[in-house]
Ligand binder design. Structure first.
Ligand SMILES: Nc1ncnc2c1ncn2[C@@H]1O[C@H](COP(=O)(O)OP(=O)(O)O)[C@@H](O)[C@H]1O
Ligand SMILES: [Mg+2]
Length: 351
C-alpha cells in the first residue's frame, strides 16, 4: 500500500450557535491515496462541505472550530501549520472548487488578473510567464479565444464558463488534491456532464486526486473509484464505488441507492425515499444516528453509536450493528411498504 496522500483522523468540527453547539462533523476518519477519485455523498446537512472546509482550514472562529483531530496531508498535520504555510498549501497543493463560482471569483477584477495572481502566488514566475500559463489553463478547459477572454470580468461569462474558469484556476498550480464541492449543482444537466468530464479528465492526466462532494449518487457512480457515505456528521459506510453500488451494507446507503433513478435498471418497483429527516446536529439521538429512520433497528441501535468497522475483507467499512447479518442487496424496495418513521419528539428533527 502506498503512503496515503491525506489521512483524516477523528476530525470534529463544531459551530457555536444561539440554539447550541452544532456538531457538523463529529469524529470522522478516512484516507485518500494519490490519484484516487473519492466521492463524498450524503443528504444536505450531513457535513460534506464542513469536511472540505476543515481540510482547507477555512472554518471561521470564533463560531466554527475544529475541536479535535488530525488532517495529515503528505505527512504534515495541516492543523499545526502556521497560517502563512497553510496559504501556500491552499490553492497550491490542495485546490478547491465550489458550487457557486461567483463566491470564489472577485467581481471587480478580470479573470486574467485573478488567474495570474493565483499562479504568481504559488509558482515562482513573473507576470509575463504567468500570463502564458493562464492562457494555457483557459485553453485546457476549452474556453474559446482564451487570450482575449483574460480581459473579461466574471459577469461576462456564463455559469458553465465560470465553472470552467474555476477548474482552470484550481488546476493551474498542479495540485495533488482537488476538492470539488457540488461543482455542477448550479448548472443545467447537459453542462453538468461536460464540466464533470472535463474536470476529471484533466485531473487524471495530471494524476491529481479528486474529492468529489455531491448529493447525487449517479454522479459518483460515473466518476469515482471510492465512496464515503456521510450521515449526520459521521461516515456510515465507505468502500469501492462498485462494492457500494452493488452491495450496500448500511441501511442508509441502501435507502439512498433505492431513492435514485437508475438508467441501467428498469425498476419494477416504485422509487423509494427514506422516510423522516436527519436528526438535529445539536440534539443528536443516543445510539445510532440513523436509528429513528431505520427499518432494521434493534435494541442495541438505540443505545450504542456504532463505529465504522471493517466488514468482510474487501476494505469495506460500515457503521452498523447489523451489517454482518443483514443482506440488503437481496431486498426488494417497495415504497408502499415503507416503514413508519419512529418519530420521537425528544430527539428533535431538523427542518
Ligand atoms: N457557519 C456555520 N454555523 C453554524 N452551523 C453551520 C455552519 N456551517 C455549517 N453548519 C451546519 O453544519 C451542518 C453541516 O453542514 P454542511 O457541511 O454544509 O452540509 P452538507 O453536507 O450539505 O455540505 C449543517 O447542519 C449546517 O447547518
Ligand atoms: Mg455542502
Amino acid at each position: 500500500m502506498p503512503e496515503p496522500l491525506l489521512r483524516v483522523e477523528d476530525l470534529r468540527t463544531y459551530f457555536a450557535t444561539e440554539e447550541g453547539v452544532v456538531r457538523a462533523v463529529d469524529g470522522i476518519s478516512f484516507e485518500m491515496y494519490p490519484g484516487e477519485r473519492r466521492g463524498v455523498v450524503g443528504e444536505s446537512g450531513s457535513g460534506k462541505s464542513v469536511t472540505a472546509m476543515s481540510i482547507m482550514r477555512l472554518i471561521e472562529p470564533p463560531a466554527g472550530n475544529i475541536v479535535t483531530g488530525q488532517i495529515v496531508f503528505q505527512g504534515t498535520n495541516l492543523l499545526e501549520l502556521p497560517e502563512d504555510e497553510m496559504q501556500r498549501i491552499r490553492g497550491g497543493k490542495i485546490a478547491m472548487i465550489f458550487q457557486d463560482p461567483m463566491t470564489a471569483l472577485n467581481p471587480v477584477y478580470t479573470i486574467g488578473d485573478q488567474l495570474m495572481e493565483t499562479i504568481m502566488l504559488h509558482q515562482k514566475v513573473g507576470r509575463a510567464e504567468a500570463r502564458e500559463i493562464a492562457i494555457k489553463a483557459l485553453e485546457d478547459v476549452q474556453i474559446p479565444n482564451a487570450e482575449q477572454r483574460l480581459g473579461d470580468y466574471p459577469h461576462q461569462f456564463s455559469g458553465g464558463m465560470r465553472q470552467r474558469v474555476m477548474i482552470a484556476m484550481g488546476l493551474s498550480c498542479n495540485p495533488d488534491l482537488l476538492i470539488a464541492d457540488e461543482p455542477t449543482t448550479a448548472l443545467d444537466v447537459t453542462t453538468q456532464a461536460q464540466i464533470m468530464d472535463l474536470m476529471l479528465n484533466l485531473a487524471e492526466e495530471r494524476g491529481t486526486a479528486v474529492m468529489l462532494i455531491t448529493h447525487d449518487l449517479g454522479v459518483v457512480a460515473g466518476f469515482c473509484d471510492t465512496v464515503q457515505v456521510m450521515y449526520a456528521g459521521g461516515i456510515v459506510e465507505s468502500g469501492t464505488a462498485d462494492d457500494i453500488f452493488h452491495n450496500p451494507q448500511h441501511p442508509y446507503t441502501w435507502g439512498l441507492l433505492a431513492s435514485m433513478t437508475r438508467l441501467d435498471d428498469a425498476r419494477k418497483h416504485r422509487l423509494h425515499s427514506i422516510p423522516g429527516a436527519p436528526p438535529s446536529l445539536i440534539r443528536l439521538p443516543e445510539g445510532c444516528r440513523f436509528r429513528p429512520r431505520c427499518e432494521f433497528a434493534v435494541d442495541v441501535c438505540r443505545q450504542i453509536l456504532p463505529v465504522l468497522s471493517p466488514v468482510g475483507d474487501d476494505g469495506r467499512l460500515v457503521a452498523c450493528h447489523r451489517a454482518e447479518e443483514l443482506d440488503l442487496k437481496t431486498l426488494e424496495v417497495d415504497a408502499a411498504s415503507s416503514p413508519q418513521v419512529d418519530a420521537d419528539p425528544a430527539e428533535g428533527v431538523s427542518a
